[in-house]
Design a binder for this molecule. Structure first.
Ligand code: HSE
Length: 338
């Protein structure tokens, strides 16, 4: 399978590392033979139709700051030029989320569809703004669109709801969907550190979005709520349908006071009649009272009742593992011999 990788930050580099480490096993276990033919970052591109040397690309990214410094470097090429001119089966889009207009991810995805490429993305912007339209466009173009890594990083939250609860009807969803804010709230509560110190640590650990306001103001959770409502529950909603409150006003004192009563505060996203994101007091015994960078989602379905899935919700390697899962699923869906 020929892959174009657009975006080479934490997730893109983690994916390259996983592909390097696991290649023989991927071929053996899944008949999946990934060949990264192009990588694009802010400094340009590297292109090699025989497959890029990912070890060289990774080390150049660290040393020179751009993949365009490689011997296969093309500083003159933009992402759109690469997507349009390089032959590949899949484009992996891992540029940062922008919820104003979804760009540049939205144009990358449309361009990939136009040129017959399936897409795997971790970019929540285009999906939160236009998931129904993008799903239709993918179908029309005869390609696949996968985005497991947009919700729960490597934890298969979307797959649990869509595949494992097949046939049942999910009535409502509530959950901790942002690792950064959960990490911040846990650190403030347990280590008695300030909001700003905890945020700095979350950024250093690669959990936070490029713009951390996305996390702390609840927008990232809202994007995930929109993706889940569309994908799992078939609702045609966008960000403007979500009532959003972040965690900036939650103090250490609020957390300590709740703790004395056996309770804690978590940033929860709700999909019920309405869509909402808000810091919410819950019992410490609630399955959603997870700690650190964990995510936890409770699905309430008609026949099964309540089911909660818990797992790591952020981090480069965790998110890259979801991208890999999507790539293998695409390979299987296309019944390809690539
Ligand atoms: N910034 C996000 C989080 C990354 O903290 O959950 C995963 O979407």
């Amino acid at each position: 399978m020929r892959i174009i990788l657009v975006g080479f930050g934490v997730v893109g580099q983690s994916l390259a590392r996983i592909l390097l480490q696991r290649r023989p096993e991927l071929v053996r276990s899944y008949g999946f033979n990934p060949k990264v033919v192009a990588v694009v970052d802010k400094g340009g591109a590297a292109v090699n139709m025989r497959g890029l040397d990912l070890e060289e690309i990774l080390s150049l990214k660290v040393k020179e700051g751009t993949v365009a410094a490689s011997r296969d470097g093309r500083p003159d090429l933009s992402a759109l030029e690469v997507i349009e001119s390089v032959e590949a089966e899949v484009m992996v889009e891992v540029t940062p989320t922008n919820i104003k207009d979804g760009e540049p991810g939205l144009s990358h995805i449309k361009s990939a569809f136009r040129t017959g490429k399936s897409v795997v993305t971790t970019n929540k912007g285009p999906l939160a703004l236009a998931l129904p339209a993008l799903t239709e466009l993918a179908e029309y173009s005869g390609v696949q669109l996968r985005f497991s890594g947009t919700v729960g990083a490597g934890t298969p939250i979307l797959d649990l709801a869509k595949k494992c609860l097949l046939g049942d009807r999910i009535i409502s969803i509530r959950g901790v969907l942002n690792g950064t804010t959960n990490y911040i709230l846990t650190e403030m509560e347990e280590k008695h550190i300030s909001f700003h110190q905890a945020l700095k640590d979350a950024q250093r650990l690669g959990y936070a979005e490029a713009n951390p306001s996305m996390d702390v103001d609840g927008l990232d959770t809202a994007c995930k709520i929109v993706i889940m409502a569309n994908w799992i529950m078939g609702r045609k909603v966008t960000l403007k349908d979500v009532k959003i409150e972040g965690i900036r006003n939650v103090t250490r004192e609020d957390l300590e006071e709740a703790s004395r009563r056996g309770r804690t505060i978590r940033l929860l996203g709700f999909i019920d009649k309405d869509l909402k994101v808000a810091p919410t007091e819950i019992s410490k015994g609630d399955p959603l009272a997870v700690k650190g960078v964990l995510n936890a989602v409770t699905f309430t379905s008609e026949f099964t009742g309540e089911e909660t899935i818990i797992g790591r919700g952020a981090g480069g390697m965790a998110t890259a593992s979801a991208v890999l899962r999507d790539l293998i699923n695409i390979k299987e869906a296309l019944s390809s011999t690539l």
